[in-house]
Design a protein. Structure first.
Length: 358
């Protein structure tokens, strides 16, 4: 990936240089392209200034003056640590021109945000290049390549969606602005600082998962164990499987253990068709990719790449059943009504086994 990104960047530089001559400095380029407020914010803080002018940073996601919500603190004074960590998410390591970011299903970008529990690396943000019409998204989510704005005549078309904390999406609205250290992409907002699994589940309305995790005494480990992937069934998924918050602690631990992948950063670009993954409970999950849709055993990912301090979470539309090969709608996996009855019976037995009631 690094070599292809370098080749793309060199080609980009040749093209940009031929058209415009020498590239401007970072802050000149920001001011010239409608991100002067962002430039002033970075320049006013010594910590941020050092990060953005570091030779390790080659990709800057700059909120546009006309679209971005104002940052928390005044740009005229030094920002607190929380503000610095939020703004550090917009500074990416290496040079990532648009053609590298827009490759399906997306690209993982390491940032200068150091408030991550990822084994020593910086926090990541992830592009979603699937242009998918994912169902069940929260009102504060925007699918990629939609037209959006604040209703004040500044509506723009999204070129690419990028996900950060709480699953919130920032949209690229202008790409490949060259500067002397790399490339700038104008975006419509600031990135969101990742929250813990428990806070994320609460914010997303996934109360059943949160209560089961608490019942199973898993909240602390879920929130603090580095390099973790979590699949979060929706409340409707738990209800469909007849699983309630009154489930006992041992049964809840077994159930949720089948939705946790330790020592693996399962961002969507790291999930490939046919991959087998081992859960915390020792069960095997199989990844199935059909077009833009991703399945984990029987469960479809309905919201992807919710960035956590210690990894990533995906919302799924079903409680994951162990050792079940993904069954995709529109295939011939179930060929008869009798076969459907057998599948339903097996599903019920598998769920009973997970909960210890069989």
């Amino acid at each position: 990936m690094r070599s292809s990104a370098l080749i793309s960047f060199l080609s980009f530089l040749v093209s940009a240089g031929a058209q415009t001559g020498a590239a401007p400095s970072l802050f000149e380029a920001l001011a010239q392209n409608g991100a002067s407020k962002f430039a002033q914010t970075i320049q006013a803080d010594p910590v941020l200034l050092a990060k953005y002018t570091s030779p390790d940073v080659g990709t800057v996601f700059a909120p546009a003056d006309s679209l971005a919500l104002p940052p928390t603190s005044s740009g005229s004074r030094r920002r607190d640590t929380t503000d610095q960590q939020q703004l550090s998410l917009a500074a990416g390591h290496g040079v990532n021109v648009f053609s590298t970011l827009d490759k399906p299903p997306g690209v993982i970008i390491e940032t200068t945000n150091t408030d991550a529990n990822l084994g020593g690396q910086g926090q990541n943000i992830v592009t979603d290049a699937r242009n998918s019409t994912i169902t069940g998204q929260k009102r504060w989510l925007i699918s990629g390549r939609q037209t959006y704005g604040h209703g004040n005549g500044t509506e723009q078309k999204s070129l690419l969606a990028i996900t950060s904390g709480l699953g919130q999406v920032v949209n690229v609205i202008k790409a490949d602005i060259p500067y002397s250290g790399g490339v700038i992409h104008l975006v419509d907002n600031y990135f969101t600082i990742p929250e813990t699994v428990s806070n994320t589940a609460n914010a997303a309305g996934l109360s059943t998962f949160g209560k089961l995790a608490s019942s199973a005494n898993l909240t602390g480990s879920l929130d603090n164990t580095p390099i973790t992937t979590v699949f979060l069934p929706s409340n409707a998924a738990f209800a469909a499987a007849n699983i309630s918050t009154s489930t006992g602690a041992a049964a809840a631990a077994r159930l949720l253990g089948g939705h946790i992948l330790p020592n693996f950063l399962g961002y969507l670009p790291n999930l490939h068709d046919g991959d087998t993954l081992t859960t915390q409970g020792g069960k095997t999950l199989t990844v199935k990719v059909k077009g833009k849709d991703y399945y984990i055993n029987n469960a479809k990912i309905s919201q992807a790449n919710i960035i956590l301090p210690n990894g990533v979470a995906h919302v799924v539309d079903s409680v994951i059943e162990p050792n079940q090969v993904p069954v995709i709608a529109g295939t011939n996996s179930i060929k008869s009504a009798a076969g459907g009855v057998v599948m339903i019976m097996c599903t019920g037995l598998a769920m009973a086994f997970m909960l210890g009631t069989a």
